[in-house]
Design a protein around this ligand. Sequence first.
Ligand SMILES: *Cc1c(COP(=O)(O)O)cnc(C)c1O
Length: 402
Amino acid sequence: MNKMKFDPASNIQMLRQFGEFGGVNPSITDSSTFTFMSAKTMLDTFHGETEGCFLYARHWNPSNKFLADALAAMEGTENAWVTGSGMGAITTVFLQLCNAGDHIVSSVTTYGGTYAFLKNYLPKFNIDVTFVDITDLDAVEKAIRPNTKMVYTETMTNPLLQISDVPSLAKITKKHGIQLVVDNTFTPMIFSPYLLGADIVVYSMTKYINGKNDAVAGAICASTAFINAISNVNDGTAMLLGPVLDPLRSSSILKNLHTLHIRMKQHSYNAMYLANEFKKIGLKYNYPGMPNHPQHELMKSMMNEQFGFGGMIAIDMETAERAAELMEMMQIRDVGYHAVSLGYFKTLFSNSGKSTSSEVPVNVQNEMGMSPGLVRFSVGLDNDIEATFQTIKSCLTDLNFI
Ligand SMILES: *Cc1c(COP(=O)(O)O)cnc(C)c1O
């Protein structure tokens, strides 16, 4: 692997995906079933033995294939599969890799829905989970048991914005013969987890990849063997649980993917600007692009530099009440919207403890160092971020917070 040479944006740009009649965009295939001239070809397709033949849209659809190919090009994986949500992608991977009685090691700081699935849902199948501080590599290795099937983490974790040391985690999982699964939702293009050693990369495309907040979608980027396994008609988790993405949506997401690199650069530029200003006014902030972040150097060693340190930044208002006052005022003054989710063209902010991490019990939130006053920003594509900062500052001043 040569990280310096890997350019996820150019890899997408180089794809030659045409539509019927020479359309510059691939055609949308709005068909759930496909005809066959020969009975034998249909049977072979059922057995996964035909290349380029489509059988039924829950299995594969040409529009989904175009998007999956573009995502695989972005990640450097052999293959990909697209799902109706990020949770559809994540749960498919867990259920494909684990049988009843198996064990998972997971970062304790993950997306709230993922945490809830691991903690509250998997016990139904007698699948056990050990939650660890993912930045503590010794703790990760010590948690691995003979029945452990995978280590799960987010490259940049939600909402603490910790950076997972993917190369070191990969060394541990390879040594134990288990899979490393990484959710790269916060940092598409910035990190290429597969090239850093992860086996499977999952996404909520609802966030940065689509970037419009008009759709919920997910993706699994992995080897062809794994993608064939999840879509196997007899025992594939994706084929049998059916979390497939609608082809109309795949087609709109594919077009948005082509501007992802420009958006990531602007999100990162704006978040870095805010981090520097927050520092100057003495605000307690957390941004991996600043040297005071505990994994700043690690991030630099792992990232595809040109896309910056990402658009996620957090500030600490100490109490949930103060966080609420600030967020309400910022919304009135048009800094952005008080809403969950991220990767939108407008700035979005929410209090993690009371929203996207509310599935995590308060004592666990405290243990992981999550302040009740944590306000997570997904910084938008603002053309005048200086003006945005001045508005944020006016809110802080008028509330006597600075
Ligand atoms: C939103 C999110 C998910 C879940 O994705 P959906 O598309 O909402 O199902 C998973 N992981 C992370 C990091 C997320 O931000």
